[in-house]
Design a protein around this ligand. Structure first.
Ligand SMILES: Cc1cc2nc3c(=O)[nH]c(=O)nc-3n(C[C@H](O)[C@H](O)[C@H](O)COP(=O)(O)OP(=O)(O)OC[C@H]3O[C@@H](n4cnc5c(N)ncnc54)[C@H](O)[C@@H]3O)c2cc1C
Length: 382
């Protein structure tokens, strides 16, 4: 029978959240025994828009992993479209990157292994506390476990925490198509069908584009074929390869569980850390994975309390503001007004982009641009 060591950190799930946790743990303590566990072998695909915003790029730099973007040029241009067809195009203050997740995630796992973490292919089903250790599936003993196992997290279930309700859950389908001719430009087009809903086209800069359609789970009663139909109807020129179409859930941060209990922490989608305005989750996965590792290594006796503080300081206010705006945008007229205002102001265009893709707050300038004092009424500035 094989006897494992006691791991300082076992990370369940080796997506961006898990890889970031492993990287940060080894960065903080180069002798830490860190095990990444995933049910999949890498490289593996993950349904995603593959969009990597500027703050995710900062997180990658903080982890010493900027090289995962190599070969995928910055995409400078961004076009936003309202349901009524109003368009605003511009060059945001900082560019995005688009790297297929089959590439990005494998590179991140490689970086974690190069930093000295170990990898094991296994599906984790059960956690139990034994004294000062957490034991996964009866055989992997750890001082701290990070659940980074995505939108259907088994670790979250083991903590007795329910999944997000449908009103704080989205479903989205993505596929790959030949990129439109010309200079690469990201397109995000809000659409009336399933409102609040949008389609996107994110060229990688290497000749292909990730295209997709997403909406709230509570607004969708159809099946997979219906999602595919809507994507093809709403982005008629994209023509994605049928075999590449895959859908997945996005747990919005507007309904977050406690991010951990005792010696078990949740990061990324497992902690419902997807921006409810944009569907962006990679930045939050990287950031929360990094902070979970900090808590695990620096406060191993009370990691959940330490992690809760770190997360609140880094993301709390921004996530509260994003939740208010996500409720606001359920009124299509407000979305139209926001876009119309951004058309006349490059600074406001940047604010809108930042709200979806990063750390933005609701600013006086944004409030002034929107009609009817709606956000004030919702107490957004608290
Ligand atoms: C269609 C779509 C488009 C999106 N577009 C974007 C976008 O453009 N930009 C963006 O920032 N975000 C986007 N998101 C959100 C983004 O994909 C997620 O937020 C991100 O993948 C979260 O990373 P994670 O590491 O938490 O989880 P994941 O990337 O889901 O990784 C979880 C890992 O855990 C493993 N796992 C699961 N269960 C177990 C288990 N029991 N035992 C062991 N391993 C397990 C899985 O194999 C997987 O490797 C999109 C999501 C969808 C569905």
């Amino acid at each position: 029978m094989r006897h494992d060591p006691v791991w300082d950190l076992v990370v369940v799930g080796a997506g961006p959240a898990g890889a970031a946790a492993a990287l940060e743990a080894r960065r903080l303590r180069p002798d830490a025994a860190v095990l990444l566990v995933d049910r999949a072998a890498f490289p593996r695909d993950k349904p995603c828009g593959d969009g990597i915003g500027p703050h995710a790029v900062d997180e990658l730099a903080a982890l010493g992993a900027s090289g995962v973007l190599d070969g995928y040029p910055p995409i400078h241009r961004l076009r936003l479209r309202s349901p009524r067809g109003l368009e605003v195009a511009g060059v945001p203050a900082r560019p995005n990157h688009v790297v297929p997740r089959a590439v990005l995630d494998a590179r991140l796992v490689d970086a974690a292994l190069a930093a000295g973490a170990s990898f094991r292919r296994a599906r984790v089903r059960r956690l139990e506390e034994r004294g000062r250790l957490v034991v996964a599936d009866g055989e992997l003993a750890a001082r701290v476990v990070v659940g980074a196992d995505g939108a259907n997290s088994a670790v979250r279930r083991q903590l007795g925490l329910p999944p997000n309700p449908d009103r704080a859950l989205a479903i989205a389908v993505r596929g790959y198509a030949t990129a439109p001719a010309g200079a690469p430009e990201q397109l995000i087009a809000w659409v009336a069908e399933g409102w609040p809903a949008y389609v996107w086209s994110f060229p990688t800069g290497t000749g292909i584009a990730n295209v997709g359609y997403g909406l709230l789970r509570s607004r969708f009663r159809g099946d997979r074929a219906e999602l595919h139909r809507r994507l093809r109807d709403l982005l008629p020129r994209a023509d994605p390869d049928q075999a590449s179409l895959r859908a997945h859930h996005l747990p919005f941060s507007s309904s977050r569980p406690p991010p951990g209990r005792g010696r078990v922490l949740l990061a990324g989608d497992a902690a419902s850390l997807v921006n409810p305005l944009s569907g962006e989750g990679i930045y939050y996965a990287l950031a929360s994975g990094r902070l979970a590792a900090r808590a695990a290594l620096l406060a191993p006796e009370q990691p959940a309390a330490a992690y809760r503080r770190l997360l609140a300081r880094a993301l709390g206010r921004h996530l509260r503001h994003a939740a208010v705006l996500a409720r606001a945008i359920r009124s299509p007229s407000l979305a139209e007004a926001g876009l119309a205002a951004a058309a006349g102001s490059p600074a406001l265009f940047d604010v809108l982009v930042e709200l979806g893709l990063g750390q933005a707050r609701i600013t006086p300038k944004l409030l002034a641009a929107l009609p009817g004092g709606w956000l004030h009424a919702k107490g957004a500035c608290a």
